[in-house]
Design a protein around this ligand. Structure first.
Ligand SMILES: Cc1cc2nc3c(=O)[nH]c(=O)nc-3n(C[C@H](O)[C@H](O)[C@H](O)COP(=O)(O)OP(=O)(O)OC[C@H]3O[C@@H](n4cnc5c(N)ncnc54)[C@H](O)[C@@H]3O)c2cc1C
Ligand code: HEM
Length: 403
């Protein structure tokens, strides 16, 4: 089965009818799933640690060996990704309406893996087998029905979105690296042309796969507003031992190819409030905020915008030149470089929330934060305590912390 495999051969109807025990959506609504029972069951299973994904994947790959090729060659580092995600998402089935946008995005995004409708049945069967195995005596017909119904509901939302997406967009985009510049020891900036053109909203990211690391996909934010030639800019921070960032930094040559998934993410600029804007970028968290700044520059009457660009050391302020150039061209934009641990730097330094908070009052601003988890979390919490309403804060959490 290839990554470009199509959904058209199997419809959701087929999926729902193909097993007698597979309940259609209507039945789920009539008999609401007991989410407390689901969450409790998942928490108990999770206590078995690594044994759970091992059992799940062994069951899946023994019964359906062709599915193995959808997953990375080495699954050491990430064998718990899917199973943890499945457990977390499915046990939140009571929030399916709230999670609908996320699930639809997830379904569209799964096309790049080559996941087709029948795979959803295989995953369901192995998931139930795994939960039954680790539940022991706690596995009752009621619990089995809860898991089955919850999975059906979630899988149907994902599959519906995937099927609709198939009519208008490819499963993935073919990219060619047109330039690659090492802006700092640990940050490279790549310009990529895609085929076909990939439309996106500034603030969004796409999953990227390098041919040197087949089937290992990592998200990278697009660092530019849409361009006439359709090229995309990515800021890649080199992570010591990081599978994909090392491949993109050391093995990706100009002219080389990449594959890109569909644009994802809910971070996007909204100037409808008329409020001024505060942006705080940590390291390559600059990428989505730079894209949004370019979008502001291209639009009418941009609001006053303060952009704090933060890195541990001055070398980490890798793209300062280009955003300072933008600030020199536009009086509505102020750029403040910040280092958190560099005695050589003569500008603003200290912890990111401290620097931001002592530089002004932000309660009347729309706020955009992007970068490492810790920075995003701490800055957001401090802004909220200082009076910025939670609803005015928009974040893109890259999902990691500074080493
Ligand atoms: C929505 C989104 C957008 C993102 N956008 C960008 C972007 O624009 N630019 C960018 O550089 N990254 C971005 N990331 C992070 C990126 O997806 C990868 O996580 C990162 O490149 C590491 O991947 P890897 O395969 O090299 O490392 P892995 O092989 O996945 O990780 C190796 C080890 O390093 C740790 N680790 C992973 N990432 C970091 C990190 N950044 N700092 C310290 N330790 C780390 C892991 O916990 C693991 O122990 C984004 C992430 C998300 C979720
Ligand atoms: C209800 C069903 C499913 C849910 C909720 C789900 C959810 C997820 C999530 C949240 C991720 C992590 C995303 C990321 O890190 O990019 C993931 C990864 C993945 N999923 Fe799914 N998924 C489902 C079904 C499937 C199916 C049917 C397949 C095909 C066999 C599949 C294949 C994959 C692959 C290959 C990965 C990436 C590999 C990995 O990180 O381990 N998923 N899934």
């Amino acid at each position: 089965m290839s990554c470009g495999a199509s959904f058209t051969s199997i419809s959701i109807g087929t999926l729902a009818r193909s097993k007698a025990a597979y309940r259609p959506l209507g039945a789920v609504e009539e008999e609401p799933v007991d989410t407390h029972r689901l969450k409790d069951s998942f928490a108990k299973i999770a206590m078995h640690g690594d044994e759970v994904p091992l059992f799940f994947y062994s069951d899946l790959f023994i019964k359906h060996p062709e599915v193995r090729e959808l997953f990375p060659i080495s699954m050491k580092a990430q064998r718990d990704h899917l199973i943890v995600a499945l457990g977390q998402v499915i046990s939140q089935v009571d929030r399916v309406d709230e999670l609908s946008a996320f699930l639809r995005g997830l379904g569209r995004d799964h096309r790049k893996f080559g996941a087709v409708a029948e795979n959803y049945e295989y995953v369901r069967d192995s998931l139930l087998e795994t939960i039954a195995h680790f539940s022991g005596d706690a596995w009752t017909p009621e619990l089995a029905t809860d898991w089955m119904d919850a999975y059906t509901l979630i899988a149907n939302v994902m599959l519906n979105a995937a099927i609709q997406d198939e009519a208008t967009r490819p499963a993935f985009w073919q990219g060619t690296v047109v330039s690659c510049e090492r802006k700092a020891f640990d940050v490279s900036v790549l310009q990529v042309r895609t085929e076909p053109r990939l439309d996106f909203t500034p603030g969004q990211s796409v999953a990227v796969e390098s041919p040197a690391r087949p089937r290992l996909w990592r998200y990278y934010s697009i660092a530019n507003a849409p361009r006439e030639d359709g090229t995309l800019e990515f800021h890649v921070r080199l992570i010591d031992g990081g599978a994909v960032s090392m491949a993109l930094t050391y093995l990706q040559a100009v002219g080389g190819s990449l594959r890109l998934g569909p644009p994802v993410g809910v971070l996007r600029l909204d100037t409808s409030s008329g409020r001024d804007i505060l942006m705080v970028a940590g390291s390559t968290g600059l990428a989505p905020l730079k894209a949004m700044t370019e979008q502001l520059a291209a639009g009418p009457a941009p609001p006053k915008t303060h952009l704090f660009f933060c890195a541990r050391t001055v070398d980490g302020l890798y793209d300062l030149g280009s955003i300072e150039k933008l600030a020199a061209e536009h009086d509505w934009l102020t750029v403040v470089p910040v280092t958190t641990a560099d005695p050589r730097f003569e500008g603003e330094s200290g912890s990111v929330p401290d620097v931001v908070l002592r530089s002004g009052s932000w309660s009347g601003h729309d706020v955009y934060l992007a970068g490492p988890t810790e920075m995003v979390r701490d800055t957001s919490a401090r802004l909220i305590s200082a009076g910025t309403p939670r609803g005015q804060i928009h974040v893109e959490d890259f999902g990691w912390s500074e080493p």
